[in-house]
Design a protein around this ligand. Structure first.
Ligand SMILES: C[S@@+](CC[C@H](N)C(=O)[O-])C[C@H]1O[C@@H](n2cnc3c(N)ncnc32)[C@H](O)[C@@H]1O
Length: 221
């Protein structure tokens, strides 16, 4: 699976290279996992998002985390390593190859007691979960974000943070739909619906951050 959004930055390429290459690197096995993922093209959050998460998690200190989109388990492990030992992480994926990689990685990093992997489509799993989570990371199929949003908001604690990744589609999300290739029209339409919903909801406070392919950060008022 190619990590397409790694190659569609929304900021100046020189600035991006600086953010990716000069910011504090990871260390140990997580650094090796990040390097391996980049080498083989496994989908993982880009390094500028890694560092944003490291700072955010240190400040927020969430006790319960929900992730939609585990892939090989890189971001779940990053979250585990940057939160207190008491923090529990639930992560969801439906792709069997990714699930096998993630299970092996959670075992290797000795994190199976802190990270629970739920297998299946998030559309089926999200309605079965109980509130509340104080950090939710949505990093799955982009066209489904608008459908997942009400479930995530229901599951989010009053002081929690919801982060939705890859919402800018390399900036093409701003173009008129007529200019979008047929196969991307659904994602384009649904991401615009997501912005429309979030930006006009008076019960939410949000910020769209241009790290990676755009990270939409949402909290409840
Ligand atoms: C971009 S990758 C996640 C990367 C991961 N968060 C990381 O940074 O290490 C997206 C993952 O979401 C999963 N996915 C996409 N749509 C899904 C859905 N509806 N339900 C469950 N998993 C889904 C895919 O199988 C894929 O492994």
């Amino acid at each position: 699976m190619r990590n397409e959004m790694m190659h569609r930055p929304v900021i100046d390429p020189d600035v991006l290279a600086f953010l990716r290459q000069d910011q504090q690197p990871l260390s140990g096995d997580l650094k090796k996992l990040e390097e391996h993922a980049h080498a083989v093209g496994n989908p993982v959050i880009p390094h500028e998002t890694v560092n944003f998460f490291r700072v955010l998690l240190k400040v927020a200190r969430p006790q319960s985390i929900l992730e939609v989109g585990t892939a090989i388990g890189f971001s779940a492990l990053l979250m585990a390593q940057n939160t207190p030992a008491s923090t529990k992480i639930t992560t969801i994926d439906r792709f069997d190859i990714m699930i096998k990689h993630a299970q092996a990685n959670f075992k290797k990093f000795k994190m199976t007691d802190r990270i629970q992997l739920l297998q299946g489509d998030a559309a089926d799993i999200l309605p079965t979960l109980q509130p509340s989570y104080d950090f939710i990371f949505l990093d799955s199929a982009k066209a489904k974000y608008i459908d997942f949003l009400p479930y995530c908001l229901n599951l989010l604690s009053d002081t929690g943070i919801l982060l939705i990744d890859d919402v800018l589609q390399g900036g093409t999300v701003l173009q008129p739909i007529e200019e979008i290739k047929h196969r991307h029209k659904n994602i384009h339409r649904n991401l615009n619906a997501l912005f429309e919903t979030v930006f006009h909801d008076d019960s939410l406070v949000s910020s769209l951050i241009p790290v990676g392919d755009g990270l939409l950060m949402i909290t409840k008022k």
